[in-house]
Ligand binder design. Structure first.
Ligand code: FAD
Length: 340
């Protein structure tokens, strides 16, 4: 049994910054994530893509943001339990007992759920042969865009991810953009750009088409796509990318006795506590009037939830408000030596 002040479910940007906010007020935490790496959506879905709305950072990629968040919490030497899904949560006296699917157990006075969209999985192609090429020539997210340099790539989907990657990869590769409808759903500026690139011959657009078959033995050699009218086209391709969005499943979180609003957890905006005392929810998974599903909102929510945990971890102490700039105790927790 691992004892801690707070158990954080989810190592996305929100959970990571929350480690910092708990650390500077002197609370210890452990973090569990069912992915094999730290960073949540930023690292799983768009590590190479630039983000432009993190305060005071004009531009950084999903991976850079994750690395900076990890750097910022180094002083707290937090344990991360990756590849572990938090499965069971139950109350025992003043503590929460939390179990993972790998039978790890934690005892904590509070839980902060920073579970994003829950356990998320990409929506996949329905064509049977796709499974055998998945992770080799068929992908649902991009980890290293260099793999696709100077190749022929067939991108399926009509939303932002499909359009953004079609635009970006067209710089060095031949792109087929295939969508089952006539209209694209992505941002207007991206749709305009894709159409411009199509006129320049950099992107070939196929609308009202869906994947029909995949041909190849060890490697994909070609695919065939089927039009709404039943006609079939064969396309030579090296890689196939599918961007159909995510299937968002709350997973085990749905069974923890929390009020739910569809797949979100309602919280109060004073400290982001749920209907269960001592369980807080922050980031994409939380819902309240005016909620903005942005990383910056998750940072704010984590700051308040961390302070909400203090009364459960230190019931006999009063939490003092302090600035990091001037507080000696905060600076000592951050390992900052004034004489350096
Ligand atoms: C393509 C794309 C571009 C984006 N661009 C921007 C942008 O420019 N600006 C911006 O502010 N936002 C952007 N976002 C949104 C942003 O990524 C999310 O708001 C942010 O990741 C939410 O952070 P989070 O920590 O709440 O959740 P997540 O990043 O989703 O992390 C949650 C983590 O919890 C884990 N988890 C869930 N359930 C369990 C469980 N039971 N046990 C263990 N672990 C669990 C998951 O594995 C996951 O790693 C973008 C999103 C996408 C998809």
């Amino acid at each position: 049994m691992i004892n801690t002040d707070v158990l954080i479910v989810g190592a996305g940007p929100t959970g990571l910054f929350c480690v910092h906010q708990l650390g500077i007020i002197g609370l210890k935490c452990e973090v569990v994530d069912n992915l094999d790496k730290i960073g949540g959506q930023c690292i799983e879905l768009y590590p190479d893509k630039p983000i432009y709305d993190i305060p005071a950072i004009p531009e950084c990629t999903g991976e850079e943001l994750t690395n900076n968040l990890i750097e910022q919490i180094k002083p707290f030497k937090t344990n991360f339990h990756l590849n572990e899904r938090v499965q069971e949560v139950k109350k025992e006296k003043n503590y929460w007992i939390v179990k993972t699917n790998k039978t790890k157990e934690f005892k904590a006075s509070s839980i902060i759920i920073a579970g994003g969209v829950g356990s998320f999985e990409p929506r996949k192609f329905l064509v049977n042969e796709c499974e055998k090429f998945e992770g080799k020539e068929i992908f649902y997210s991009i980890k290293d865009k260099n793999v696709f340099k100077n190749k022929t790539i067939s991108i399926f989907g009509g939303g932002d991810s499909a359009l953004d990657w079609a635009i970006e990869l067209s710089e060095n590769s031949k792109i087929h953009l295939i969508h089952r409808r006539d209209e694209f759903r992505g941002a207007e500026s991206s749709v305009t750009k894709v159409k411009e690139l199509s006129k320049q011959g950099k992107i070939e657009i196929f609308t009202k088409y869906q994947l029909n078959t995949v041909e190849g033995d060890k490697k994909i050699e070609s695919i065939s796509i089927k039009h709404d009218d039943g006609s079939i086209k064969k396309i030579q391709t090296n890689y196939v990318l599918g961007f159909f969005g995510l299937i968002m499943k709350l997973g085990p979180i749905a069974n923890w006795g929390l009020n739910l609003d569809k797949k979100y957890i309602p919280v109060n905006t004073e400290n982001f506590e749920t209907n269960q005392k001592g369980i807080f929810a922050i980031g994409d998974i939380s819902i309240y009037p005016g909620k903005l599903k942005l990383i910056l909102s998750g940072f704010h929510e984590g700051a308040l939830a961390a302070r909400g945990c203090f009364k459960y971890a230190r019931p006999d102490e009063k939490l003092r408000f302090e600035f990091t700039t001037t507080s000696k105790s905060v600076q000592s927790r951050l390992g900052i030596n004034k004489n350096d």
